[in-house]
Design a protein. Sequence first.
Length: 459
Amino acid sequence: MPPVSPQNGALGATSLTPASITPARAPAPARQLTTPAMAAFSCLAERCPDTCCRDWAVPVDRADLDRLKGAMASTAEGREKLVRLVVIGGRAHGSDTAARLHLDESSGCPMLEADQRCGVHGALGEQALTTACSIFPRTALATPAGLEVGGSLGCPEVARLTLASPQPLVVSPASRPMLSRPYVGKAISTDDGDAYARHFLDVRQTLLDCFQLPLPLGARLAVAADFATRVHSFFHADTSQMDGARRPFAERSLRAEQEATRAPALHRELGADLAALPFSPVAATGVTAALASFLLERRRLPHSARFGALLQQTLNATGAPGPVDAASASLWWATYAARRGQLQARAGQTSDDIFGRYAQHFVMRNPYTDAPTLLEHLHRLAVHLGAVRLLTVLHPELARRLDAAPDALADAATVERTAVDVVQIFTKAIGHHPAYLRAALHQGAPATFGRLILLAKFL
């Protein structure tokens, strides 16, 4: 697949590599933390509108393969099912991958029963499942505070519980075990010599606080970008500016910048500056072209019918042809800008809060230590945020509501329902496809404050 080439490079360089569903094992902290959404989560099973047993070739490591063989090979029927279920090989998914679960002609797991329940789980119990199947949609991040058990927005129920809740995303001690087996997907370094990771919890909280501010969505991103820019010279991966005798001075500077980021006067100033910033037609269509190309290029790979339908609905809404050029990008932008204006006038607070929670979820699920700088981390977030915002604003269901008479309750409910649906489809098709993300968005230019402000202006 050829990489995307945004017309003005507005997306810059980003590898967008959220945690995949490849199993990983590491010693797990005894203390488990979780969010209100995951504490309330329960699998919808046969009632799920987009089952996780479809459209994903689930990786199987050696321990999982041995578990499946032991559970299924004792009977002739089990051996026959195992042959249909498992494809040996497929090391492209990861160094520990011994096999993968085969998808049938409808892109579903062959063990998916007619009632949308798992045949392996039903016949052999949870202990026979692969780690990915057992854990999903849960994620597990080992931090200095404990094991944070979150969830993937690729699951419709997790997306609803996370995005539609008025509560900010916080973690607190879990009242019960959150995982069916020992599992750690990622771990934050506890090496005291790693200054970038040493301040993980408090720096991440600063970023989370930015996206909880009572500001328009773009202004929230601008506040976070401002903080990332002010600490950029000394706070990054492999920094040496926080070592030895310089450590107390650099840490004092970091604390001072965090405190400055909490100042309401700064929020007002950045919000006003962003609102007053001209967004030229060239800049607007350039950002739109980059985001549209990013979304449309995904169709070159096998994809679900739901993702294909979502993109087709968007194309129909803009009246633009599939390939993204200057003319079609102008159509995308003109339609989006008009609808965004209507949305802000009718249900702007609801929309900004939902996507603010989306941003908070991204920050929690994708640790900033995965990126070389905070600017790069926020750039990855901003591209995701711009893409789902674009798809939501151009969604036909939302368009029909905005074309009808104003109704505060109906407007808010439609925004919520549409955004949750878009985020779930996007996450399943793109958020869990790191190979595509690397190919589509690696452009070689560094993430900058200017590029983030362009994306903030688009939002």
